[in-house]
Design a protein around this ligand. Structure first.
Ligand code: BTN
Length: 248
């Protein structure tokens, strides 16, 4: 069992650290290898979005994981990553943080970190998972549509932090939360719920590829799905989609 990030492979520029980590996982690389790039030219986000990755301004890292769990139990891995990032921001950099389901880390309501976990499944077995984490560190402002929705560690705290500075404490927390996700997933879920203002009693609209659901959040299930109580009183368990606060 290798510690997460006990080996870090560093690159000046990559299309996407997740792509290289996936290739390496597919060709047999063991758990724990971290791929770090100073810049990404095709950084990817959830739901086909891109991830802005200017050189030296953010942490762009992907970890190869080989969790011995069933695919249905894997969402807790992404929740564990969000908890690890939010705790690093709060405890090491004094930045009050929030988590929007499933794994956007926010500061003052703006996105400071995104997490993209991609996994390979065969015959109901999880062959590997790649955990990609992007944290905005040194941006002073953001272009276009990110202007009003994104923030960085520099904007939030005035501190100039290098990707390596941030990676070190983050890896310790990821190691702890990832092992906890394997051994006691309910502890990760409870921690996630405690750190997220979205977890309970939050009026939201959840958009996914095939449905739109509106209602009030009622916590997470044991597998990390978001429970929404609709106005009719019916409860739905959401496993994918985009959560937005509902106004009025
Ligand atoms: C999201 O919020 O939509 C997820 C963003 C994930 C970005 C990270 S940066 C490192 C890794 N490589 C990628 O191409 N994406 C992830």
């Amino acid at each position: 069992m290798n510690r997460l990030g006990s080996t870090v492979l560093r690159f000046e520029s990559l299309p996407s650290t997740n792509d290289l980590a996936r290739e390496m996982a597919q060709s047999g690389t063991g758990e724990g290898i971290a791929i770090l790039a100073r810049e990404q030219t095709a950084g990817r986000g959830r739901q086909g979005r891109s991830w802005s990755s200017p050189p030296g301004e953010g942490l762009y890292v992907s970890l190869v994981l080989r969790p011995g769990i069933k695919p249905a139990d894997s969402p807790v891995i992404t929740l564990a990553a969000a908890v690890a990032v939010a705790q690093t921001l709060e405890q090491d950099y004094r930045i009050p943080s929030d988590i929007k389901w499933p794994n956007d880390v926010l500061a003052r309501g703006r996105k400071i970190c995104g997490i993209l976990v991609e996994s390979a499944i065969e015959a109901n077995k999880l062959l590997y998972a790649v955990m990609g984490i992007g944290v905005n560190l040194g941006q002073r402002e953001f272009p276009g549509e990110l202007k009003d929705t994104a923030t960085s560690l520099l904007i939030e705290s005035g501190q100039s932090v290098t990707p390596d500075d941030f990676l070190k404490p983050l890896l310790d927390r990821l190691e702890y939360r990832y092992r906890q996700a394997m051994a006691q997933p309910s502890e990760v879920i409870a921690r996630w719920e405690a750190m997220s203002s979205y977890a309970r009693n939050c009026v939201v609209r959840v958009e996914s590829s095939d449905s739109i659901i509106e209602g009030t959040t009622r916590g997470l299930t044991a597998k990390g799905a978001l429970v929404i109580e609709m106005d009719s009183g019916e409860r739905r368990e959401i496993v994918s989609g985009e959560v937005k606060l509902r106004k009025g």
